[in-house]
Design a binder for this molecule. Structure first.
Ligand code: UDP
Length: 238
């Protein structure tokens, strides 16, 4: 909860894969629909967003195909900035005030990442979009979501997934006996090697007592419901 406004404050993680609608690049219909839900919920909740970049590049994949890992990761981070700008555009069309902050400086398109300024934006009701991940190779946008949530004092990290509506006891695509879990501890998630979110993100949240709600973004209104605090997926906590 914001110390100055008393409003709920969340960090929403959106995967790049969702932005592409399963393809390379940005699908305006998908991003437009996501933006409208965020814009509506932003009237009562302070929302910061971390966007992924998997619809453009994933550093690990490019490095497996021969590229230098660090350089490939920077390409991945630049992809997240394109997604951030796309989301900003559709949020503004939906009537929300926004700011993009980038962890890699590119002042023509985004503010630099300044946490206290991000908090001021949130207090003023602006949606803050964090681009370029952490600005560090070998990190993922999941991990950055946990870090940003901690630094801006969010109540929880909301991880929006596509293709799955929460955390399962096993991989539901391969194991028909897998069941959806309503609650889960970080310890269990790490011991069982559940990979809905990467292990660095899980352990950062575990060590700092930051709860995480993993939910499915498909279905009208799901993103807005999660933002408002409805438990529609899996709550991961200590
Ligand atoms: N990335 C990085 N450091 C960060 C965040 C992202 O190097 O702090 C790179 C990494 O190569 C990653 C890519 O950016 O594969 C896209 O981010 P991610 O895979 O997390 O996106 P998502 O899977 O959520 O679409």
């Amino acid at each position: 909860t914001s110390e100055t406004t008393g409003r709920r404050r969340v960090l929403l993680k959106l995967s790049g894969e969702a932005f592409g609608g399963g393809q390379l690049g940005v699908n305006p219909d998908v991003v437009g629909a996501i933006a409208r839900e965020i814009a509506t919920a932003a009237k009562d909740v302070e929302i910061a967003v971390v966007v992924g970049g998997g619809n453009f590049f994933r550093g690990a994949e490019l490095s497996q195909r021969g590229m230098d890992r660090g350089r490939a990761d920077y390409m991945g981070m630049l992809g997240t900035v394109m997604n951030a700008l796309a989301l900003q555009d559709f949020l503004e069309q939906a009537g929300a005030a926004t700011r993009v902050q980038s962890a890699i400086s590119m002042t023509q398109v985004a503010e630099p990442y300044i946490p206290r300024r991000a908090e001021r934006h949130l207090e003023k009701g602006r949606v803050v979009i964090f681009g370029a991940g952490a600005g560090l190779p070998y990190f993922s946008t999941d991990t950055v979501s946990a870090q940003r949530a901690l630094e801006i004092g969010a109540d929880e990290v909301l991880v929006a997934k596509n293709g799955v509506d929460g955390v399962y006891s096993a991989d539901p695509r391969h194991d028909p006996s897998a069941v959806k879990l309503d609650v889960l501890t970080y310890q269990e998630a790490l011991v069982k090697g559940l990979k809905v979110v990467d292990s660095t993100a899980f352990s950062l949240c575990m060590d700092n007592g930051m709860p995480m709600h993993v939910f499915g973004m498909e279905g009208e209104g799901n993103i807005a419901r999660a933002i408002r605090g409805e438990r529609i997926g899996t709550l991961v906590s200590n």
